[in-house]
Write a protein that binds this ligand. Structure first.
Ligand SMILES: NC(=O)c1ccc[n+]([C@@H]2O[C@H](COP(=O)([O-])OP(=O)(O)OC[C@H]3O[C@@H](n4cnc5c(N)ncnc54)[C@H](O)[C@@H]3O)[C@@H](O)[C@H]2O)c1
Length: 348
């Protein structure tokens, strides 16, 4: 059985990946420090659904480099997801953000470099490495921003422009992961991910907005929209992201040393206003909202050009945004009691 280490495996994308790979005959180890609220809950559900199937190592990518070195020697692939994930938190505590994202990734890279086994490393980067995209002309329409010159999506050749400590730390890690492939002949791949959504997402105001808005709708709680609500995102359903990770592992030689943008693409975009309208029309979720100032560095529109991943891996998002949201609403409704408790105790 092939062995996979998933750092941050108790988080949102992590538990979805753990479930997928464990169900596809991988021996999976989670490495997580359980700092994200909700990770213990994710593990309870995982243990209930797949008892004894997954090994868990409590550890911290900032400090446990010796442990990471041991683990690199024992695994064929490492999916590196562990991170400080909120832009807002990165601004209030930039040192922790740097240590988790830049130093943490460096520790993972060094663990691979110094190993005999040299596992394949997949890194979850972000479209935030492109900054505010000021050089791309944008027009404003009634419910959304659009690319003014008919651009379908942002390619990997877009100039890097790190905004915020989060953008800087994820971007530094992104470049390290890429360069270690060149310099040390390691097999690594970088995925610059758009907005990911799906089951097991315990969104908070600062991160995971799709789930956050839906949960607010289910409980009738008000939300704030930063900016005018016309900002557009391409939404990628988490199963489709993991399908891409899977394809990449099966074609490691093809993708090694490369960088891919991954998002819902131009067929799966919504502005915040359109999203609110959709969940009202299709799911009866009519949540009160108010407007607040634009967040610094917030992209008016991001749509991923997925053509590199399509060309090299034959990958494209299989879940259209309407069906994906319907599936997430169904999952949230099914776990409403737990979520009620979770959000009542988190005070958010
Ligand atoms: N969710 C998205 O829309 C999105 C978009 C782009 C990129 N990403 C990237 O994908 C990855 C996973 O994101 P997610 O949405 O699942 O977030 P998440 O917060 O649910 O998961 C992150 C996990 O990392 C763990 N972690 C945090 N700091 C750690 C540390 N120092 N040592 C060990 N574990 C630590 C947390 O406990 C958590 O389980 C992150 O790297 C994030 O930057 C996510």
């Amino acid at each position: 059985m092939r062995k996979m280490l998933i750092t941050g495996g108790a988080g949102f994308i992590g538990v979805n990946a753990v479930r997928f790979f464990a169900a596809h005959d991988w021996d999976v180890t989670i490495f997580d420090n359980f700092s994200r609220r909700g990770t213990e809950y994710n593990m309870e559900r995982l243990n209930a659904d797949m008892p004894g199937r997954v090994r868990v190592v409590r550890g911290d990518v900032r400090t446990d480099s010796a442990k990471l070195r041991e683990l690199a020697e024992q695994h064929d692939a490492i999916l590196h997801l562990a991170a400080q994930v909120a832009v807002t938190t990165s601004v209030t505590d930039p040192r922790n953000d740097f240590e988790c994202n830049a130093l943490g990734t460096f520790n993972v890279l060094e663990a691979v470099r110094l190993s005999e086994r040299r596992p394949f490393l997949l890194y979850s980067s972000t479209n935030k490495v492109y900054g505010g995209l000021e050089n791309i002309p944008v027009a404003e329409e009634e419910s959304r921003y659009v690319f003014a010159e008919g651009l379908q999506g942002v390619p990997e050749t877009q100039q890097l422009d790190f905004h915020s400590p989060y953008g800087c730390s994820k971007g530094a890690a992104d470049q390290y992961v890429r360069d270690y492939a060149r310099l040390y002949d390691m097999k690594t791949v970088v995925f610059r991910q758009s907005c990911i959504y799906g089951p097991h997402q315990l969104g908070v105001e600062d991160q995971g907005w799709v789930a956050w808005f839906l949960i607010a709708g289910i409980f009738g709680r008000p939300v704030q929209i930063y900016g005018n609500g016309k900002q557009v995102r391409d939404l990628l359903y988490v199963d489709d992201l993991i399908a891409c990770y899977h394809q990449a592992i099966e074609h490691a030689d093809t993708v090694a040393g490369k960088v891919y943008n991954l998002g819902g693409g131009h067929e799966n975009t919504l502005s915040l206003l359109e999203f609110l309208d959709l969940i009202k029309q299709e799911h009866g979720l009519d949540l009160p909202y108010s407007f607040a100032g634009t967040r610094p560095g917030d992209q008016p529109i991001f749509i991923s050009d997925n053509s590199a991943a399509a060309r090299d891996l034959g990958w494209r998002p299989a879940t259209d945004v309407r069906s994906g949201i319907a599936r997430l609403v169904e999952w949230l409704q099914a776990h409403k009691k737990d979520l009620q408790q979770f959000y009542a105790s988190s005070g958010k």
